[in-house]
Ligand binder design. Structure first.
Ligand code: THU
Length: 134
């Protein structure tokens, strides 16, 4: 499945507008291109009990799984306060459950050239199901 980075970034930006981030004011949107070609989106959803907050990538993964998909072909992340929003460490691990090391991750905003990295660059030597013998 070939990704259109601008289409994915647009989907991430659109859902970023629905982020619930009253504590950090740091709104994030993530768009996942599933192996089927469908796009799954999610925004960060914060909580007054701060550690219960959920990142945009985790929300998008939940939407993907709810839609019946478990393979990620590409990811885009958009934030309104920074030009490039690198996924946090926990989200790198979450994405690695469903994506390979060559999976492209587009960081930026629609309309400008994204920073393109692979998941393997973001999370080298990932701990995965292979370590558990599965
Ligand atoms: N955040 C994400 O949604 N994704 C990331 O990968 C980085 C951080 C959110 C979590 C929190 O709601 C806000 O950004 C500030 O950390």
């Amino acid at each position: 499945m070939q990704a259109d980075p601008q289409q994915l970034l647009e989907a991430a930006q659109a859902v970023m507008g629905r982020a619930y981030a009253p504590y950090s004011q740091f709104r994030v949107g993530a768009a996942i291109l599933g192996a089927s070609g469908a796009i799954h989106v999610g925004a960060n959803a914060e909580n007054a009990a701060y550690p219960q907050s959920q990142c945009a990538e985790a929300s998008a993964i939940g939407a993907m799984v709810a839609a019946g998909e478990t393979r990620i072909a590409a990811v885009a992340v958009v934030a309104d306060r920074v030009e490039h929003c690198p996924p946090c460490g926990g989200c790198r691990q979450r994405l690695a459950e469903f994506a390979g090391p060559d999976t492209p991750v587009y960081l930026g905003r629609p309309g400008s050239e994204p920073l393109v990295v692979t998941l393997g660059e973001l999370l080298p030597l990932a701990f995965d199901s292979g370590a558990l013998g599965r």
